[in-house]
Design a protein around this ligand. Structure first.
Ligand SMILES: [Zn+2]
Length: 135
């Protein structure tokens, strides 16, 4: 197999990526173009895979309030989400793999995924992470 052109390689720290990525996507003109800056996500069930295998599921650890709460509290639950600059706890699904959901702690500045953990596990305490709402 031929080595992909140099411009398809993504230079990142070895700790995050060990192999060059040469993934193609069809453009509107039908020409395949390299996808750059793809995340490598570690599924807690399958291991490290390319981002294209995953679906983002929104913020994690969002707890539905009881029915007795006020309209303002319901509105806050339904419409307001945290948007931190820094560590964000998220749900991801390995949609084109095992199909299972898991949580990840991702830095929204660098996109580095700092931790992945199974659904139901407590969120890891990471330095600089916001305390957020209920766990
Ligand atoms: Zn998986």
């Amino acid at each position: 197999m031929r080595e992909p052109p140099r411009e398809w390689h993504i230079d990142e720290p070895q700790a995050r990526r060990t192999q060059p990525i040469a993934v193609l996507a069809a453009s509107a003109a039908g020409v395949f173009q390299p996808i750059k800056n793809m995340l490598r996500i570690s599924c807690p069930h399958c291991g490290i895979r390319d981002e294209v295998e995953f679906a983002f599921g929104g913020p994690s650890h969002v707890t539905r309030p009881a029915f007795e709460v006020s309209d303002a509290e319901w509105a806050d639950y339904l419409f307001n989400r945290e948007n931190p600059k820094g560590i964000h706890y998220e749900r991801w699904q390995h949609a084109y793999g095992c199909g299972r959901w898991f949580n990840a702690a991702r830095d929204t500045v660098t996109h580095e995924i700092l931790a992945v953990y199974r659904m139901g596990d407590p969120k890891p305490v990471l330095p600089g992470a916001p305390r957020g709402r209920a766990p």
